[in-house]
Design a protein around this ligand. Structure first.
Ligand SMILES: Cc1cc2nc3c(=O)[nH]c(=O)nc-3n(C[C@H](O)[C@H](O)[C@H](O)COP(=O)(O)OP(=O)(O)OC[C@H]3O[C@@H](n4cnc5c(N)ncnc54)[C@H](O)[C@@H]3O)c2cc1C
Length: 387
């Protein structure tokens, strides 16, 4: 990634990092992004405090399994995701764990050709079309499909619980289990963080608080255009006699052939469960509550109906639910951005699990140099949708 010289003059944080004692930094939120940021800050010699009000990984990072895929509409985001894939491998080495399954990411539907076209310039990302026979062999859970299909060879299911547990274990001594009420830039320079029972100041504060980021940032004078919705994902068991125990790929269905145009699914590490969700949310009210709880139930019902039509290899009675708030930026479903200035950095976006190692690296660099690397400055609208 480009260094600070690509982004103008270094800020006071860079001078502090070069000369004085270790920079005193705080990260708010121990979801996957905050954990990654705290880990990267420590690796760069910073003194880190990680604030978390609930169980680490209990917000948008909750539950087993996420999809790692390289295909994104914005080629700049493809490059960030490729960097992240390399860092996931480094984490696998560091923690001695498999963190992304080796079974690839499958996508079907008319969008496949666009995805292949976007990925074509990236020679280091192996992708190919799948013929119906190979699709069936790799994903025998799926009903008959003879249309476009592709395999992202280095994609796969992220072992989310293992990743959160490994990072939490590594950062336990940095963790402060407190709810952050306010973050404030002081006239003297340092940034103040107030919780129920503490008040501390830091050279730099990084907000990775998911749904809590925009309210905290607003109090410190940063306005983030975050839209909040609620999402549901269901988990189903592979039917007895089905391909239990074998490696299954992750799955995205943009075909509409089975009654839904945006569906994602990922296998559990046991190979006996598959989580399935629709790429749809239901919005929050301005006061933060759910506008229409019945809409969340309706999304769950649509997910079950989809499984009945498209995935006959699954028992359509859900065995597990993930309900959670999701945060989006207005420029696209995969939109992500960093806001930074005067000792405070905030990150917002959606579908961030796969990018977490690269985002952690970028947030650490921002905190220590004052410059937002790559295309992550919010003004660049990384992850912008064409449509
Ligand atoms: C069902 C589902 C499926 C998804 N599928 C994919 C996928 O396939 N691929 C992918 O890449 N992404 C996927 N995503 C998105 C991805 O999971 C999220 O973008 C990512 O987990 C966000 O992580 P985060 O650390 O930014 O936020 P969070 O995980 O929400 O972490 C924020 C943390 O901050 C804490 N916090 C908040 N406010 C405060 C406060 N004031 N004081 C102290 N602590 C605070 C919260 O308790 C929370 O633990 C999916 C999301 C969901 C919900």
């Amino acid at each position: 990634m480009p260094g600070p010289s690509d982004h103008g003059a270094p800020a006071r944080d860079e001078e502090a990092a070069r000369s004085g004692p270790a920079a005193r930094t705080a990260v708010v939120g121990a979801g996957i992004v905050g954990l990654a940021a705290a880990h990267a800050l420590r690796a760069r010699g910073a003194d880190v405090t990680l604030y978390e009000s609930g169980p680490p990984g209990g917000g948008q990072s909750a539950g087993q399994g996420r999809i790692f895929r390289h295909a994104h509409e914005d080629p700049r985001l493809v490059a960030l995701v490729a960097r992240s894939r390399a860092l996931w491998r480094e984490w696998e080495q560091e923690f001695g764990l498999e963190l992304i399954s080796p079974d690839g990411a499958v996508a079907i539907g008319d969008g496949v050709e666009d995805k292949l076209r976007t990925l074509e310039p990236f020679e280091e990302i192996p992708v190919r079309r799948l013929a119906p026979e190979e699709l069936h062999e790799r994903l025998p859970l799926l009903a008959a499909w003879t249309g476009p299909a592709m395999l992202d060879v280095d994609g796969g299911a992220i072992r989310t619980l293992a990743a959160v547990a490994a990072l939490t274990d590594r950062l336990e001594d940095a963790m402060l289990r407190e709810h952050v009420l306010s973050v404030r830039r002081t006239d003297a320079g340092p940034v103040e963080v107030r919780t129920g029972t503490t008040c501390e100041t830091y050279d730099h504060v990084v907000l990775c608080a998911g749904r809590g980021t925009a309210p905290l940032a607003r109090g410190a004078g940063l306005d983030l255009p975050v839209e909040v919705g609620a999402h549901v994902r269901l988990t189903f068991a592979v039917t007895p006699g089905g391909p239990a125990g074998r490696g299954l790929p992750t799955f995205q269905d943009g075909s509409g052939a089975f009654g839904e145009t945006g569906v994602y699914a990922a296998p559990y590490p046991d190979g006996r469960h598959f989580s399935v969700g629709l790429s749809a949310d239901t919005p929050a009210r301005p006061d933060g509550g759910l506008a229409d709880p019945a809409a969340l139930a309706a999304l769950a019902d649509r997910t079950v109906a989809y499984v009945e039509r498209a995935l006959p290899g699954l028992d359509p009675r859900p065995v597990d639910h993930v309900h959670c708030w999701v945060t989006r930026l207005p420029w696209g479903d995969d939109g992500v951005g960093i806001w930074s200035g005067d000792g405070l950095t905030a990150l917002a976006g959606h579908n961030l699990f796969k990018q977490a190692p690269a985002l952690g690296e970028a947030l650490a660099e921002t905190a220590l140099t004052g410059a937002v690397p790559g295309h992550l400055h919010h003004g660049q609208q990384l992850g912008r949708s064409a449509g």
